[in-house]
Ligand binder design. Structure first.
Ligand code: AHG
Ligand code: MN
Ligand code: MN
Length: 347
């Protein structure tokens, strides 16, 4: 596999790059490659709407129709429909699952099913749309587990360790698509002038020296003592690292992306603020697992505070999980302090 250096300065589209990666797998049929193409296309279509999201109200304020005669849709419903409609008929998927849909999404009977499973959060951070803060899409791809019939919930509830690919799209100052098929993490930036994602960040690896910690400190009064101790550790110079700066955007994909490039840890711990969300807010299947796959590919680690996110056997489609994700040294420190706290409480 060529390294980052060999790609520097070369003009490479995401389609070319995905194809080159496929070539190192002679047994590949091209189905996964085409699935990744479809997701890159979905990204471009969603990006075309996010750049004028704020206008949706103005354009669509004349009743249900906007000036283009399109039905005005909330952006996350639009993102959901776009990803579904690009993937329901291709014969590449056995089943899909989305944050926006209560149950698994079957492939319509009129279309054939395929060997892969797509899980996704069509629009992450949607509460930030009106404030023009970066938002994202998160996706994970599995091979189906069931061998007969059309796909089922069992195909979606696989541990993250079984992912064959994962990635995200970040709709920010520029639109980026970052993905991995298990051969490193690669970032592409959309050039809107030509409508192409161009390779901009080959072989992304977490910097060894972390810079930021990211957490919603507003919930500090509701954290367990171990999380309080962990946050203090992050803020102080220690032999392993300098005291870290706090950066929290409140948009998971944006917070994750910044830490991937600069080094650091993002955590959304369990807190006892909202009895509905005792196990943290983020969802295992289509938020934590795909990002945990990526961070391990980039040399980092993701944990629920006790064990690797990727080793958790999902029980429900929308189950929530505490998430600590970033530099391994930082995440393992969280596990150690939370374990110490549990031991103290148990004593
Ligand atoms: P979504 O918009 O898909 O529901 O996800 C929102 C998540 C995630 O983007 C972010 O990390 C988190 O909500 C922020 O939650 P708080 O506002 O509680 O910090
Ligand atoms: Mn989300
Ligand atoms: Mn969402």
């Amino acid at each position: 596999m060529t390294d980052a250096q060999s790609y520097m300065g070369k003009l490479i589209t995401i389609d070319r790059y995905i194809l080159e990666q496929q070539q190192s797998h002679p047994e590949a049929t091209g189905t996964l490659t085409n699935l990744l193409y479809d997701l890159a296309l979905a990204a471009k279509i969603i990006a075309s709407k996010t750049t004028r999201a704020g206008l949706a109200e103005i354009l669509g304020s004349a009743g249900e129709e906007n000036v283009q005669g399109e039905e005005v849709q909330k952006l996350d419903a639009f993102a959901q429909r776009t990803i579904f409609r690009l993937n329901d008929h291709t014969g590449r998927l056995a089943v899909m699952a989305s944050e926006e849909v209560e149950d698994v999404i079957p492939i319509p009977e009129r279309f054939s099913v395929g060997p892969y499973v797509l899980v996704f959060d069509p629009l992450d951070g949607s509460s930030n749309i009106d404030m023009n803060v970066s938002i994202g899409t998160v996706f994970g791809i599995y091979r189906r587990k069931t061998t007969t019939g059309r796909g089922a919930l069992e195909d979606v509830l696989q541990p993250g360790r079984a992912l064959v690919a994962a990635g995200y799209i970040l709709y920010g100052a520029s639109t980026m698509m970052v993905y991995s098929t298990g051969q490193g993490v690669h970032g592409f930036t959309l050039d809107p002038a030509i409508g192409e994602f161009l390779l901009s960040h080959p072989h992304l690896m977490l910097p060894a020296k972390p810079k930021y910690y990211s957490v919603n400190q507003g919930y500090q009064p509701y954290w367990a003592p171990g999380v309080q101790a962990y946050t203090a550790w992050l803020q102080h110079d220690t032999p392993e690292k300098p005291g870290l700066s706090l950066r929290y955007i409140g948009s998971l994909v944006a917070d994750f992306h910044r830490n991937l490039l600069a080094g650091g840890v993002f955590y959304y711990p369990a807190d006892h603020k909202d009895p509905q969300k005792p196990g943290g807010k983020l969802r295992l299947v289509y938020e934590a697992n795909p990002l945990a796959f990526l961070i391990e590919q980039a040399g980092g680690y993701a944990s629920d505070g006790a064990r690797a996110i990727l080793d958790i056997q999902p029980e429900q489609l929308h189950q929530r999980v505490p998430l600590f994700i970033g530099n391994r040294i930082l995440v393992e420190q969280a596990e150690m302090l939370l374990h110490q706290q549990d031991a103290t409480v148990a004593a």
